[in-house]
Design a protein around this ligand. Structure first.
Ligand SMILES: [Zn+2]
Length: 276
């Protein structure tokens, strides 16, 4: 449950229970109110809190490169380097869903971000694609419908350890569906902005897949109140990408480009708040 959006969200729950979801979709009033609440909460923070989520860990190795390198080690190293880079700016507080090689369930990662009232959630992963010649990063946002078959298959891989108690498992299915679809326009727009900022920051410097900005139903992106993206930093199945992901200098460059994207994201959020 999102503490920072609690009052408005309770209202949405009541509407959902009463079968009035269509009214929300038509009027758009509730999402706007929610967005306003979100922005007010956002502005109370002296420094925005960024939750970094190194994918996999512990018994879940994630993708495994042909030479045996585990995705879980690369995501953790990358997240630790990114945390350092973000903290160096002096603009952010940074939290992580794991800082060791431990297993953390997907719903717990989301719950941690909600409990700590994260302003942004960024999940870090490495791709494992069927064709070894495919290479490059891609950035995903949440959607019930994947943009393409490849996006759907990536989400299926990344959700594979989403146990029987997935996020919102306690809610009646109708309510869970409505809450998911209410991933609020504000959150959705912010998430898309983040993905586009990452894309712009990488352009010409970090290899990317064709059409790298995609959407799919990732379990870790499902909190309706936290702008979130999942970054596939490269393909472990591609030798060039694998070398790049294992190289601390190139990982540092990646961390710098992600940090610049996050700076742009928050600069634009601040401008919108002033304009609104
Ligand atoms: Zn992964």
């Amino acid at each position: 449950m999102c503490v920072k959006c609690e009052p408005t969200r309770r209202g949405l729950m009541r509407l959902a229970m009463g079968g009035a979801a269509a009214a929300i979709a038509v009027s758009g009033a509730a999402p706007r109110a929610w967005a306003a609440e979100h922005r007010r909460t956002f502005s109370r923070h002296i420094k925005p809190l960024i939750m970094l989520d190194p994918g996999h860990g512990g018994i879940d190795p994630g993708a495994i490169a042909p030479d045996g390198i585990f995705e879980k080690h690369i995501t953790l190293s990358s997240a630790l380097e990114l945390r350092q880079e973000l903290e160096r700016t002096g603009r952010y507080r940074v939290a992580m869903t794991r800082v060791h090689d431990v297993y953390v369930a997907l719903d717990k990662r989301v719950a941690d971000a909600v409990a700590q009232k994260a302003d942004l959630f960024l999940s870090l992963h490495c791709d494992h694609l069927p064709e070894a010649n495919l290479r490059g990063a891609s950035m995903f946002t949440l959607s019930n419908d994947a943009t393409d078959a490849l996006a759907a298959s990536v989400a299926q891989d990344e959700n594979s350890d989403d146990g029987p108690t997935g996020f919102m498992a306690g809610a009646p299915p109708q309510v869970a569906n409505i809450l998911a679809s209410l991933e609020t326009r504000a959150t959705k727009i912010s998430s898309l902005n983040l993905a586009q900022d990452l894309h712009a920051s990488f352009k010409g410097l970090i290899p990317m897949l064709p059409d790298p900005t995609r959407a799919a139903n990732f379990a870790v992106l499902r909190d309706p109140s936290t702008p979130a993206a999942l970054l596939e930093m490269g393909c472990l199945t591609n030798p060039l990408d694998e070398r790049r992901l294992r190289n601390p200098v190139q990982r540092r460059q990646l961390a710098e480009r992600i940090t610049l994207a996050i700076n742009t994201y928050f600069d634009n959020e601040a401008q919108q708040r002033m304009a609104g």
